[in-house]
Design a protein around this ligand. Structure first.
Ligand SMILES: Nc1ncnc2c1ncn2[C@@H]1O[C@H](COP(=O)(O)OP(=O)(O)OP(=O)(O)O)[C@@H](O)[C@H]1O
Length: 268
């Protein structure tokens, strides 16, 4: 049985343009199955609805049609079973690193000594033990993202949803985190859905790379990356997978995001 399943997901937004309102179809007819412990990367042209789709998986947004199934049951709200990690880390600058990691546990009512122990465990996993008492402004971008990942893991979600978590990082830091994330994933056996614009990143990380069409976004192709781990970005054996993703993306890249308006479903 799939861990997380999207069944015929569609989402329309009412967008205001001047004095008109337009109905925009962001995503349409998305069917996707993610197995327990699987690492799935989502790629597609800008504006094709990847974030909309991830928000729907997280319960942060409601689909106009379709449903999200977790462990065989429909879910339509946020929950500790599905945790998001964003591109710009959403850490609290007034809290120490360890308190940031403890935050979700505190909200869940877990008592102090237990949550501290759990936070320190994940900080150690992310090699941040020395920085437990630092404030987030004292950390580099890569370290902040590692704190954000530690915070998400500490909640022990069923599924980790990651929206371009490495996009704002320099390439060296990103390459390090690509390897670290694979090691953490191997240890924690989490199910992960990960959005990226970076095709190399998608084939380094993904067991499966899901290519979206341009808007309205739907699944164009699923590419299985059957290759040993941990994978390094410079490994030339990833090239055939990289090419498959590029080929699937062909025809989906458009120069002007507004061209998408041709796909909108109506004007009121
Ligand atoms: N709250 C909203 N109201 C109106 N339109 C929205 C809203 N959220 C998203 N959209 C529109 O839905 C479409 C899909 O946006 P979304 O951010 O999901 O795409 P994306 O693939 O994640 O883009 P990117 O790769 O650039 O981050 C876009 O046309 C966007 O303008």
């Amino acid at each position: 049985m799939a861990k997380l399943e999207a069944r015929n997901i569609g989402k329309q937004f009412m967008a205001v343009q001047g004095s008109n309102t337009k109905l925009i179809t962001a995503v349409k007819g998305i069917n996707l199955s993610i197995e327990d412990g699987q690492f799935v990367c989502l790629v597609g042209p800008s504006g094709c609805g990847k974030t909309t789709f991830l928000n729907i998986l997280a319960g942060l947004d409601k689909p106009t049609e379709g449903e999200v199934i977790l462990d065989g049951h429909p879910v339509n709200e946020t929950g500790p079973d599905r945790v998001m990690v964003f591109q710009e880390n959403a850490l609290f600058p007034w809290l120490k690193v360890v308190d940031n990691v403890e935050f979700g546990l505190k909200m869940a009512g877990i008592e102090k000594s237990k949550r501290h122990e759990r936070a320190m465990h994940y900080l150690e996993m992310m090699q941040l033990t020395k920085f437990a008492d630092a404030y987030t402004y004292q950390l580099s971008g890569g370290m902040k993202q590692r704190v954000a990942i530690a915070r998400a893991l500490a909640i022990d979600p069923e599924v980790l949803l990651m929206d371009e978590p490495f996009a704002a990082l320099d390439s060296q830091t990103r390459d390090l985190l690509l390897v670290e994330l694979q090691l953490i994933w191997a240890r924690t056996k989490k199910t992960i859905a990960f959005i990226t614009h970076n095709i190399l990143e998608s084939v380094v990380l993904g067991d499966k790379v899901v290519v979206f069409t341009k808007r309205p976004g739907t699944v164009k192709k699923e590419i299985t990356v059957n290759y040993r781990r941990p994978r390094l970005p410079e490994d030339e054996n990833l090239q055939p997978y990289y090419r498959q993703v590029i080929d699937a993306m062909k025809g989906e890249i458009i120069s002007d995001k507004d061209d998408n308006d041709n796909n909108s479903d109506g004007v009121t």
